[in-house]
Design a protein around this ligand. Structure first.
Ligand code: DQA
Length: 150
């Protein structure tokens, strides 16, 4: 069974209480449960993580690269939070590892402040999931499943 690595960046540990009008009322633990059942339904195991630290996310992408090289990774789903809009390091890590990666945002970043319109992740992502709320995580898992068959 291949693994989907789901990485969440800064402030996503606050889901549930953080700006519920933007991000909804489900907690990160709820999102993890949603991902685990969506992954199981699609025949994957899930490794779900969150960090507020850019370097930790870089290290985890390198781990994903090692799994990818061993044929054990279905792909990465990355909600890089605010690092999406700032991090050349995450861009380089994705490019350097060659992992199949879905960029995900709970909110529609393009309908928000202009500083959220640019992403350093999009040019190195296989696909982008934006604005479906936390349901986007399940949709991204289904999308990765369809890519395995392609
Ligand atoms: C986010 C959007 C980012 O702009 C923001 O900084 C986040 C969450 C989203 O999931 O909608 O932390 O990635």
């Amino acid at each position: 069974m291949k693994t989907i690595l789901i990485l969440n960046g800064p402030n996503l540990n606050l889901l549930g209480t953080r700006e519920p009008a933007v991000y909804g009322s489900q907690t990160l633990a709820d999102v993890q449960a949603l991902c685990e059942s969506a992954a199981l339904a699609n025949g994957f195991t899930v490794d779900f993580r969150q960090s507020n630290h850019e370097g930790t996310l870089v290290d985890w992408l390198h781990e994903a690269g090692a799994l990818h090289a061993r044929g054990k990774l279905a792909g990465v789903i990355l909600n890089a939070g605010a690092y999406t809009h700032t991090s050349v390091a995450l861009h380089d890590a994705i490019k350097g590892t060659g992992v199949t990666l879905i960029e995900l945002h709970i909110s529609n970043v393009h309908a928000r402040e202009s500083f959220r319109h640019h992403s350093y992740i999009s040019p190195v992502a296989k696909a982008v999931m934006v604005g479906f709320g936390v349901h986007g995580y399940a949709l991204a898992i289904a999308g990765l499943a369809s890519m395995q068959d392609a």
